[in-house]
Design a protein around this ligand. Structure first.
Ligand SMILES: [Fe+2]
Ligand SMILES: [Fe+2]
Length: 294
């Protein structure tokens, strides 16, 4: 992505004012599978910002430094809004602190280059989730403000999808090609597995709490929803396989097309949210390309 593709959109969605245990099409199963992603976002994004900014002074390319700053500003706004999102999950009784705490402990490893490789791997997962979300072309079946918020986050994840991998390439420039490749994909294999296990555990935990029970049939329906239809986990896993290609980059033509489609849909979704919640309209600032803002 070019720096001008990374756009700062300071929008307040304040999901905490509209908690909803089945905001995705009234379907608690699909909702918990998306909420199980949301739980991991605040501790994850704080870690990503630290991991990339640690190298800001060592990077000679001013374009990449500008991208890191744009990346950090987008992720900081995501964290702010997702903290409110997780407040909404607390409001319906979820033990958010326990789940966020588990993720924070998993990310306690701050070894500099490894933390960049971990960030690249999780950015791949968020890029894949975002691509799936935009490609599904959700409409009014997703309750506001969740609809506008997930679109906003998805568009921006694709906009900054290549920044972490560009930083990884810069900080490992003295490594041999095979070493750089193996370190990247070996780290990803562990991260993808850990993220998937978190997703299943958190999803089932929230499903049990929201339904007041968890039967074998519920677990089977959870697996069907996640892996078959609509199959969020399967679709993300298939996209993640691309990460194992040597020289992989997430910013291909298909991603750029999806990002532009998502941007157009985001305008519609935010306008709809502002119509429904007019008291929040003033919280939206003008979008600013990071090249002009940093
Ligand atoms: Fe994000
Ligand atoms: Fe991100």
């Amino acid at each position: 992505m070019t720096a001008s593709e990374i756009t700062i959109r300071d929008i307040s969605f304040d999901v905490s004012r509209a908690p909803d245990p089945a905001w995705l099409a009234g379907d608690v199963m699909r909702t918990v599978q998306t909420d199980a992603l949301a739980i991991q976002i605040p501790p994850g994004e704080r870690y990503f910002i630290r991991s990339l900014r640690r190298f800001e002074r060592e990077i000679a390319d001013p374009h990449l430094v500008s991208e890191i700053r744009g990346y950090a500003r987008q992720e900081a706004l995501h964290t702010r809004e997702h903290e409110r999102y997780n407040d909404a999950l607390r409001a319906i009784g979820e033990d958010v602190d326990a789940m966020e705490g588990q993720v924070a402990r998993q990310l306690a490893l701050e070894t500099p280059v490894l933390s960049v490789a971990v960030t690249c791997a999780i950015e791949q997962i968020t890029h894949a989730c975002s691509s799936v979300w935009i490609a599904q072309r959700h409409g009014a079946e997703v309750a506001q403000p969740f609809r506008a918020m997930w679109l906003w986050h998805s568009v921006e994840e694709i906009e900054h999808g290549a920044v972490a991998i560009d930083v990884y390439d810069a900080v490992t420039r003295d490594w041999s090609g095979p070493r750089r490749y193996l370190f990247r994909v070996n780290t990803a294999a562990v991260v993808f597995a850990a993220f998937f296990i978190n997703w299943v555990r958190f999803g089932l935990r929230m499903l049990r709490r929201r339904q007041g029970r968890l039967t074998a049939g519920d677990v089977a329906r959870f697996a069907w929803t996640g892996l078959v239809r609509p199959g969020l986990g399967r679709k993300v896993a298939l996209r993640n396989l691309l990460y194992f290609k040597p020289g992989y980059r997430p910013d291909d033509a298909g991603s750029l097309a999806l990002m532009r489609e998502g941007r157009a849909e985001l305008e519609v979704a935010v306008a709809d949210m502002e119509r429904r919640f007019p008291d929040r309209a003033a919280t939206r600032s003008a979008a600013a390309p990071v090249a002009a803002a940093s």
